[in-house]
Design a protein around this ligand. Structure first.
Ligand SMILES: [Zn+2]
Length: 433
């Protein structure tokens, strides 16, 4: 295992002092530049726009910061112009061994190819994620996931194997079968979206299965920011009798964020990524703003200075776990594009979720957004188990107290809202009322 992934279990990378970490990143960046420029047409065109003709022109961090920010729309346009894979390829096509695509939550899906080397890098990155959650050899990690084109849990599965844990695939099963498989095979950890963890808990409740008795000690959540929202985390932890860990990653970027035992926000894996936070309006550096990432080990299809669209708040104080990696306070706060302006107040859907999930009688919810005149209005659809009217009124009051806005909230019948195995889509924009 350690032969296939040199340095895989080397914890020293996580505790480098800031200067050593920058030197490590710089060496990786130079290697990336040599691998990608001039073979990779997409990257080379970007560098030319910044006045850099080749890898030798990258001499300082100032040169790096002159590279243009990369937007998702450029990648989409590149793939549309050069179907099906676009031009962000450092090698001929026959060097690539994996293909995945984005979920298409925010536009047309992006396809992404990985070489053997890039796929091993994915597994290494997930090793940081799983190890952050305290997992390792001896753990049995269950993946209740239909192994399709979405990359996240494929890479997690590889990461579990690379870490020396037992990786258990949970594809081709319904929720009840998955609960049974976890029990039979003695699973100790589960990787899934936060929504699906709650859905499994609901299924267990309906079937009279006492979830905490399964012996799961950690749940690791990707695909949505939910596990970083305190009320969502508390609900998952209570249902499973386990610690719930947040993780962040993107198909086109990689698995970059993870939580440690201290759970003081997401650590960015700075051994494998360069993180910047910018003011989304001006592009200048900021403490709270849009996360911009560069990956350092996906040489077959790298992304440099990529605007993730995720809003984050950088925390620079040391973490008690000893890792020197940057922390994102509160995890991913929301999508930059998803910010609502309700009666003049800026509201992220995740803030609404953080309130709704405090009410154990709400099984599911949807946030409907529509325009009334020039204003955004919000309507919460709540699937309530029990005394619907009093719960709905209590949610409205909590939103008013916590966020200072009045929203409409209406109860809907049980099981009428969608459940999700992958990314939940609870924000629905309506053209009008
Ligand atoms: Zn930590």
């Amino acid at each position: 295992m350690s032969d296939a992934f040199p340095g895989f279990l080397d914890r020293r990378l996580e505790t480098l002092d800031p200067e050593a970490l920058r030197r490590h990143q710089w060496a990786r960046l130079e290697a990336l530049a040599r691998a990608a420029v001039p073979a990779n047409a997409f990257i080379t065109a970007q560098w030319k726009r910044a006045g850099l003709a080749g890898p030798a022109d990258l001499r300082s961090w100032d040169d790096f910061r002159r590279l243009p920010l990369t937007r998702k729309s450029e990648l989409v346009a590149d793939q549309a112009a050069h179907p099906p894979f676009g031009t962000n390829l450092s090698h001929p096509l026959d060097h690539y061994v994996r293909v995945h695509q984005t979920s298409g939550t925010t536009g047309p899906p992006l396809r992404w190819l990985d070489t053997q080397e890039s796929w091993a890098w994915w597994a290494r990155c997930w090793g940081f994620v799983l190890r952050g959650a305290g997992l390792g050899p001896g753990d049995r990690i269950f993946f209740p996931f239909s192994f399709g084109l979405f990359v996240g849990f494929w890479a997690g599965f590889e990461g579990a194997r690379a870490l020396g844990a037992l990786a258990i695939p949970g594809g081709g099963q319904d929720s009840a079968q998955r609960l049974a498989a976890m029990e039979t095979l003695g699973a100790t950890a589960v990787c899934c979206t936060p929504s699906y963890a709650l859905h499994l808990a609901e299924t267990a409740r309906e079937r009279g299965v006492a979830l905490p008795r399964l012996g799961i000690r950690a749940t690791v959540h990707a695909g949505e920011p939910g596990a970083g929202i305190p009320a969502v985390r508390a609900r998952i932890e209570e249902a499973w009798g386990a610690r719930a860990y947040d993780h962040a990653g993107m198909t086109e970027m990689g698995a970059y964020g993870f939580e440690c035992a201290a759970q003081t926000g997401l650590h960015v894996n700075e051994a494998e990524f360069i993180a910047e936070v910018i003011d989304p309006a001006t592009g200048g550096p900021a403490d709270e703003g849009e996360l911009v990432l560069s990956n350092l080990g996906r040489l077959g299809s790298p992304l440099l200075r990529y605007r993730t669209g995720d809003r984050v708040r950088a925390a620079r104080t040391p973490c008690e776990c000893g890792r020197s990696f940057l922390r994102l306070d509160g995890g991913i706060l929301g999508r930059v594009d998803d910010m609502l302006i309700v009666r003049g107040v800026n509201v992220f859907p995740s803030a609404l979720e953080g309130i709704v999930r405090r009410f154990p009688d709400v099984d599911e919810f949807v946030i409907e957004v529509y325009r009334r005149g020039q204003l955004d209005e919000v309507r919460l659809l709540l699937e309530v188990n029990g005394h619907a009217q009093s719960v709905v009124a209590a949610v409205q009051e909590a939103v008013r107290v916590d966020l200072g806005i009045r929203v409409e909230a209406v109860p809907v019948p049980g099981q009428s809202l969608p459940r999700y195995e992958l990314k939940a889509r609870r924000l629905v924009r309506r053209a009008s009322e």
